[in-house]
Design a protein around this ligand. Structure first.
Ligand SMILES: Nc1ncnc2c1ncn2[C@@H]1O[C@H](COP(=O)(O)OP(=O)(O)OP(=O)(O)O)[C@@H](O)[C@H]1O
Ligand SMILES: [Mg+2]
Length: 641
């Protein structure tokens, strides 16, 4: 083909390209001055641009990149590329991608040709995608088919605690919890091999610090790029909340059931007891009397149990006042220090300016006591119990992870032991009534159920964290009262049950209970002599001239309460006696409790006992004064007749 034939169409072709190209096409000289441009940007005329260097139209910070590009093209004779931002007007920013080539005259480069494309739309979309990737709270990643991450977003880095570089350098399966690896591998393979899309697949990842995060995945494989694109949501907290809610609902249901049954049951037992009482009065023969006594003993035990269930089901009445927990615990500490075995240390760290709580002091003491007794049982070879109090402000962030917590001020009591701890399976169930890991006869499994019920009734919450061999922490949250705590003096027992320094003999083998009783009676104004078992009680009775009333535990290791009473009645006929029965004593059935006996089922309200004691002592006083008057009247009357 001749020369003329090939060159001729070039001009019109060039014209056509230049006219119809969507790109901006420029010819520049070696100083990057514009010699030719196919069309100017909006707002600029040809006169504005021809002869001006391209630098003149972009901000100074972009010049270096452009100069480098032109210098490279000049040095290598190959193509170059730069990106630039052009402010067409103050509100209109456009982005350009410019491809640069040399214009040659023979071997000499005389200038540059520049094809500049407006990439504003494309780069904005990409930039937005990048922002989404950066800002997403969900975990976003791209994984290669070979099992490595190609890209992870900052949320991924934050959630797993590894740096981005560490994540990219580790086969992702190594970050998965060992128990979930098989399932994860299978799901990944089904994506890679069969192109399956995954929704709602869950597995656990192990953070760098060892903590476990539960992730829920949505992902799809892209066969062309051989990559899996995946989004994971961290559902760890959500699952924990769901579990908490479920637990609360379960306890609520069990509590309502137990409370409901206990309530009706209690009435039935009252009816049984009343009728047994009448039957015993109707002068039965000895065999019948013994059957009836058994029925009575069993009914008393049933009544004690229902009391516990009522406490758990939140059906036992509260006598509340504004209480300073520091005062309550400090007093309890004196007692606990004395009764805890020597190898168990117990500390109390009282919080500053602790808010008062609206509470039934006796019931709270029972909760704390139950927790301490459990802690003691969990440390057979010694250890430490630590009780701490503090004010707690529940804000929105705290409430997010503790759904039961209302916003506002709370008082928190933390009770930590260094005992055997619990497995997760045990921890799940400890608040259930009758759940115990103790040997038959050693625990009834009601201690924590009752504590839970009492705390719930106070509008509070009892929370546990524990690990096997790592000890246990119970957290008792109570809403702060709006008023100040009544003074300690006001919190004493009401005056009608006050003692007049009468002497009370208490026989009780459980030291904790005994000390509580001694303290309560002394506080109420009685003189107390205490015995740790039946024979000691009889001994004390011999030693002391004056005893006004006896309070006897029914089950004691040597002599039972009723047996002790038989002795006492021989030496001091008519001595008023009260009995106390423990709910977990299965041996009660074998102990004969006198039919007229007054029995208090543990846990009793100490005010009730004090009131009964006062009543009995007053009755006796009236009887004695009357008898005294009769005696005085007798002779004189006789003399008159
Ligand atoms: N501090 C603790 N450390 C370890 N395990 C504990 C602790 N407190 C409670 N537990 C576990 O919870 C179970 C239930 O406790 P709970 O107080 O309700 O019943 P219990 O102590 O077995 O019997 P009781 O009715 O006599 O209190 C216990 O048997 C024990 O397994
Ligand atoms: Mg217990």
């Amino acid at each position: 083909m001749g020369e003329g034939e090939t060159r001729k169409p070039i001009e019109p072709l060039f014209e056509a390209i230049v006219a119809h190209s969507t790109d901006s096409i420029m010819l520049l000289d070696l100083e990057a001055r514009i010699r030719f441009i196919n069309r100017t940007a909006p707002g600029l005329t040809l006169d504005d641009v021809i002869g001006k260097p391209v630098y003149a139209f972009v901000s100074e910070d972009q010049h270096a990149d452009m100069r480098r590009c032109f210098a490279d093209v000049l040095a290598t004779g190959g193509p170059g590329r730069y990106e630039s931002v052009f402010h067409a007007s103050p509100d209109l920013v456009t982005r350009w991608e410019s491809r640069v080539g040399p214009i040659k005259d023979g071997d000499t480069i005389t200038g540059f040709v520049v094809f500049a494309s407006d990439v504003t739309a494309r780069t904005t979309a990409a930039a937005e995608r990048d922002r989404v990737f950066e800002l997403s709270a969900d975990l976003l990643c791209v994984a290669r088919f070979d099992g490595y991450f190609a890209r992870v977003n900052p949320a991924f880095v934050k959630t797993l605690g590894y740096s981005e570089a560490e994540l990219l350098a580790t086969p992702f399966i190594e970050l998965v919890h060992p128990d979930d690896r098989a399932a994860t591998t299978a799901v990944f393979a089904s994506q890679v091999d069969e192109g399956r899309n995954i929704t709602a697949f869950e597995n656990r990842y192990v953070r760098k610090d060892g903590a476990i995060r539960l992730l829920q995945w949505t992902s799809m494989a892209d066969q062309s790029s051989k990559r899996v694109i995946a989004v994971a949501r961290d559902v760890t907290a959500q699952r924990a909340l769901e579990a908490q809610l479920l637990h609360a609902q379960k306890m609520e249901a069990v509590g309502r059931l137990a409370g409901g049954i206990a309530h009706d049951f209690n009435n039935l037992i009252q009816a049984i007891l009343g009728n047994v009482h009448f039957a015993l009065k109707a002068d039965p023969d000895p065999a019948m009397r013994s059957y009836l006594a058994d029925i009575e003993a069993a009914s008393i035990r049933a009544s004690a149990l229902t009391k516990q269930l009522l406490a758990f089901g939140r059906r036992s009445p509260l006598a509340t006042a504004a209480v300073d927990l520091n005062v309550v615990i400090r007093e309890l500490m004196q007692l606990l220090r004395r009764v805890m075995p020597g190898h168990i240390k117990i500390d109390f760290v009282a919080g500053n300016a602790l808010a008062a709580v609206e509470a039934d002091r006796g019931q709270l003491e029972q909760v704390l006591m139950n927790l301490c007794l459990n802690a003691r049982d969990a440390m057979p070879s010694g250890g430490q119990i630590r009780i701490e109090t503090e004010n707690l402000l529940v804000d929105e962030r705290y409430a997010e992870t503790h759904p039961w917590a209302r916003l506002g001020r709370w008082v928190l009591v933390t009770l930590t032991d260094t005992g055997v701890g619990m497995t997760p399976e045990v921890r799940e169930r400890i608040f259930e009534p009758f759940f115990t890991t103790k040997a038959p006869g050693e625990g009834s499994g009601l201690g924590l159920a009752v504590a839970y019920g009492i705390v719930q009734q106070h509008g509070g919450m009892l929370d546990v964290s524990s690990e096997l061999a790592r000890g246990t922490t119970f957290k008792l949250y109570l809403p702060a009262a709006l008023r100040l705590a009544t003074t300690a003096a006001d919190q004493r027992e009401p005056t009608p049950s006050k003692g007049r320094m009468e002497t009370i003999l208490i026989a009780e083998d459980e030291q904790l209970v005994r000390d509580v009783l001694v303290r309560a009676f002394e506080r109420a104004g009685y003189h107390v002599i205490a015995a740790a078992n039946g024979s000691e009680a009889i001994e004390l009775c011999r030693e002391h001239d004056q005893i006004d009333l006896a309070l006897l535990d029914i089950v004691m290791p040597d002599l039972s309460g009723p047996q002790v009473n038989d002795h006492l009645q021989k030496v001091r006929p008519g001595l008023p006696t009260l009995f106390a029965s423990g709910y977990s004593d299965t041996t009660r059935l074998t102990h004969r409790v006198p039919e007229t006996a007054i029995v208090f089922a543990k846990p009793f309200r100490i005010e009730e006992v004090l009131a009964k004691v006062r009543e009995l002592l007053d009755q006796r006083l009236v009887r004695e004064t009357r008898a005294g008057a009769e005696n005085a009247k007798g002779p004189s009357g006789a003399s008159r007749s």
